[in-house]
Design a protein around this ligand. Structure first.
Ligand code: ADP
Ligand code: MG
Length: 263
């Protein structure tokens, strides 16, 4: 397949929150990402779509440098965050700015609801005293639209929450850092329709304050809440553009098949 350059959705690097430049990732001899170019404007939701195995999670793992935990991964190309290469940043600082949530909600189940959100703030010494800590945890839980449901049982183990609540707790844990970017890897794949709707409306609220990259298996979800979509196939971006445009007038045959549920 020919390499297709992603359509820039805005022009200058500096106007984009994230610019991915000719990103290539190989695991041993297996080339997983084969020259990905993608530009992501601030305060938007970009849906990263594509069949299983196309490299979506790998892209997210590059964006917060989790990929470095895989010793066999070889990464080439560059990723700019506000015009600066993420590979030249302190990795801890990067991960405060670029937070991630996963398909299976992963709070620490035996730790209390409060402590799940507080832990990162404490370990990174981001608060000066208990009062400030409480305030930051409360704010994060409020922004994650979970506060009202848990305010009377902050000391209960996180594992007792429902799946949907656990996912919003993971969002709160991410929000405690006031991140600029939220990476979400199929965050509703394990949730029922009601909790899925809650996460979707939460993301629409959050994008006012941050940039969201949403990996999703559900074309309907991308259509409902994303501003832009990028369609990945076998490690290359096949098509990008404003969501409405890609859904109503897909330019690539693979995208058309995907958005109509035939791929
Ligand atoms: P997606 O999220 O789109 O389903 P992934 O990014 O998880 O795709 O994976 C893309 C490809 O990379 C898959 O074929 C997967 O088997 C392979 N892959 C992922 N991680 C590793 C690894 N640590 N070692 C070898 N291959 C891997
Ligand atoms: Mg994946």
């Amino acid at each position: 397949m020919d390499e297709v350059k992603a359509t820039p959705v805005t022009t200058a690097d500096s106007q984009n929150k994230i610019v991915i430049k000719n990103l290539k990732v190989a695991f041993g001899s297996a080339e997983i990402l084969r020259g990905v170019n993608l530009e992501i404007p601030p305060n938007t939701i970009t849906a990263l779509m594509g069949p299983s195995g196309s490299g979506k999670s790998t892209i997210l793992r590059v964006l917060n440098r989790l990929i470095e935990l895989y010793p066999e991964a070889r990464v080439r190309g560059d990723v700019l965050l506000d015009g600066q290469s993420i590979f030249k940043m302190d990795v801890i600082e990067l991960r405060k700015r670029v937070q991630m949530i996963f398909q299976i909600p992963n709070p620490i189940p035996n730790l209390s609801i409060f402590e799940n959100v507080a832990l990162g703030l404490k370990l990174n010494r981001l608060v000066n005293n208990k009062k400030e800590l409480f305030q930051r945890v409360k704010e994060a839980l409020e922004k994650a639209q979970l506060w009202e449901e848990v305010k009377d049982r902050l000391n209960a183990p996180a594992g007792r929450l429902s799946g949907g609540q656990q996912q919003r707790l993971c969002v709160a844990r991410a929000l405690a850092f006031n991140p600029e970017v939220l990476l979400a890897d199929e965050p509703t794949a394990n949730l029922d329709p009601e909790n899925t709707a809650k996460i979707e409306s939460l993301f629409l609220e959050l994008k006012k304050e941050m940039t969201i990259i949403l990996v999703t298996h559900f074309p309907g979800q991308a259509a409902r809440i994303s501003d832009y979509v990028a369609f990945l196939y076998k490690g290359q971006i096949v098509e990008t553009g404003p969501t409405k445009e890609v859904f109503t007038n897909p330019k690539h045959e693979l995208t058309e098949k995907y958005v109509t549920g035939r791929l």
